[in-house]
Design a protein around this ligand. Structure first.
Ligand code: AR6
Length: 165
């Protein structure tokens, strides 16, 4: 089992699954969501339209279409409201659901962006700690997943993840 943090554009990664930080509509947006939809092409939006949205803390799977990744897990992270509205649990659930969906297609490799820490304003230190601890706890012996990448967009975020790993 390998866990690494890198600084990269997640749309360029040649992994089995990339995770999207989506919103409840699953119909695209800004940030990493916008980047993934642009790189995957219009077929991704058409596939997302069939999914009927997604609750916070949940996730849904599509093909990767024009992406190098075979699949996209669209996870809906919580909006940060100060920490007393279940934000931590909802964020942890995103990571758990993403791992479970990736395992359902026998994925060997998965890459996560730092869910909720952009537009949704979840503090990076706390979010990264939840990401790393939840992923470690979710990957049991016998999981198909052998490689997890935390794909950071900024050098500052990368430093936070590297300190945790
Ligand atoms: N590759 C990797 N990480 C990226 C990329 C990229 N190409 N682009 C941005 N990031 P955000 P959220 C980082 O705002 O906070 C959207 O509009 C970014 O620097 O994308 O979960 C959705 O539709 C940050 O570290 O997602 C929702 O409405 C991280 O990805 C809302 O934003 C997450 O930032 C979701 O907000």
């Amino acid at each position: 089992m390998q866990l690494n943090a890198i600084q990269a554009d997640i749309t360029t990664l040649e992994v089995d699954v990339i995770v999207n930080a989506a919103n409840q509509s699953l119909l695209g947006g800004g940030g990493v969501d916008g980047a993934i939809h642009r790189a995957a092409g219009r077929e991704l939006l058409a596939a997302c339209r069939q999914l009927g949205g997604c609750a916070t803390g949940e996730a849904k799977l599509t093909q990767g279409f024009a992406l190098p990744a075979r699949y996209v897990v669209h996870a809906v992270g919580p909006v940060w409201h100060g920490g007393n509205r279940g934000e931590a649990e909802n964020l942890a659930n995103c990571y758990r659901r993403a791992i479970a969906l990736a395992e359902s297609v026998e994925a060997h490799s998965i890459a996560f962006p730092s869910i909720s820490t952009g537009v949704y304003r979840f503090p990076i230190e706390q979010a990264a700690e939840i990401a790393v601890s939840t992923v470690k706890a979710s990957l049991e012996a016998g999981s198909s997943i052998k490689e997890v990448t935390f794909c950071c967009f900024s050098a500052d975020d990368l430093a936070v993840y590297q300190a945790l790993l």
